[in-house]
Ligand binder design. Structure first.
Ligand code: CTP
Length: 400
């Protein structure tokens, strides 16, 4: 595996020599990117000798081969150890003022960081917020461990041991375990027009579906996202990913058309979109005027159940995964509803998530239970939408 190891300026850099050696011995092609600052602790020669690959800190060397992005593109895994408070802040902000920064922005591989700093810095709200942002983006954080620090003080802040970092990094779900898999995901909420300026919609931000698509693509899958309405910042994240193709749709019928035509080449289909169950029977060609005290009655007709249609038409070896948004607070009743829905829709896996006024929608975290074909719980996850997405792909991998 092509592994990039970023080394930043902390005394723990000396421990990363063992990390690199261990990865090389395990047969991996390891490319070390030290920051300038880290060279005060361990020099270039050591990294070249241990990794058996050329090492540079500069974006201005090897320009012909666009080194500032090529390492990131080739990487199947990126490990930053030690990760100082400074590099965590730079990563959270997306700064790219050195080779490690450009590589981290260019990569779509899983990223693992092993923080090392004094306890006060680790506990500072800025670091806490930066780490939360990175976790939300799918970065795996290993450690830090508790113990004695360089000043003789002790507390959380010591970099984890190199073997622990290597084990955690190599076990990251999705170190390209979906390589080449053709995946089709729907995301966002449909909007059913009433007239040229109004629509019937829902509160979906697109976050969970987009997280499902990004997790699959980061794990090596080739992904098509059929994207109904989503928040702009959320939608931008799938548009930028090199392994994701986006098809924009508006209504449930458009979504059905796009999903059906893309489904023939997909090996796994995930319906995460919030689809309107009804549309108005007749869309007004002009803006409707108010009707006064008589009130307004809309004539609605049912939309097709896209998921059930895809499941019924699936070919051998194709997997269909649905979502169920439920407001039932009682766990057993929630699962009962989920089981009924899974059977009705005929899907392989159903991801049940509880939604409500303050749950599920427009938030970065989520809690789900994944039901298998016999209605058994095959996975359960509470965490960021990205963590939930990875749990879903783990369940897919387990079934395949
Ligand atoms: N879905 C669909 N087509 C629809 C409605 C929903 O494909 N017309 C899909 C959603 O994308 C989701 C799953 O079906 O994957 C379940 O959606 P949900 O809204 O929970 O279920 P409903 O079908 O609306 O069932 P109910 O009204 O009984 O809750």
């Amino acid at each position: 595996m092509f592994i990039v190891v970023g080394v930043t300026g902390g005394i723990a850099a000396y421990k990363s020599v063992h990390l690199v050696r261990r990865l090389v011995r395990a047969g991996h092609d390891v490319h070390v990117i030290p920051t300038e600052d880290s060279l005060h602790f361990v020099g270039l020669t050591t990294w070249e000798a241990i990794s058996r690959n050329p090492v540079t800190t500069s974006v201005h060397e090897d320009v012909a081969r666009v080194r500032h992005v090529s390492l990131g593109r080739s990487a199947e895994l990126v490990v930053v150890a030690p990760a100082t408070a400074n590099v965590l802040a730079k990563m959270a902000a997306g700064l790219a003022d050195d080779l490690l920064g450009t590589t981290l922005l260019a990569t779509t591989a899983p990223v693992v960081v092993a923080p090392a700093m004094h306890t006060e810095m680790w506990r500072h709200p800025a670091t806490v917020a930066n780490v939360a942002v990175l976790r939300e983006r799918g970065v795996t954080v290993v450690g830090p461990a508790e113990g004695e620090l360089t000043g003789g003080d002790s507390g959380p802040g010591r970099m984890s041991e190199p073997d622990e970092i290597a084990d955690a990094a190599l076990a990251v779900p999705g170190v390209h375990d979906l390589a080449g898999l053709r995946v089709l995901v729907s995301a966002g909420g449909t909007r059913e027009p009433l007239d040229p300026v109004r629509y019937l919609g829902n509160r979906s931000s697109g976050r969970q579906g987009v997280a499902v698509a990004l997790a699959a693509a980061d794990r090596g899958a080739d992904v098509t996202v059929v994207l109904a309405h989503a928040d702009t910042d959320v939608a931008d994240r799938v548009r930028r990913h090199p392994r994701i193709r986006v098809v924009d749709v508006g209504t449930a019928e458009e979504l059905q058309h796009a999903m059906t035509s893309a489904s023939s080449s997909a090996e796994v289909i995930v319906m995460a979109a919030a689809v309107a169950d009804y549309r108005v029977a007749e869309v007004s060609a002009v803006k409707m005027s108010k009707k006064g005290d008589a009130g307004l009655t809309l004539d609605l007709v049912q939309n097709p159940d896209i998921l059930a249609g895809l499941a019924a038409a699936r070919r051998d070896g194709q997997m269909v995964v649905g979502f169920a948004a439920e407001t039932e607070p009682d766990r057993e009743l929630l699962l009962e509803r989920g089981r009924g829905k899974r059977a009705r829709k005929g899907v392989d896996l159903l991801v049940v998530n509880e939604v409500g006024w303050t749950r599920g929608f427009d938030r970065t975290d989520n809690a789900v239970v994944v039901l298998g074909p016999d209605g058994a719980v095959v996975a359960e996850r509470q965490g960021t939408k990205r963590e939930v997405a990875d749990a879903l792909w783990d369940a897919v991998v387990a079934r395949r």
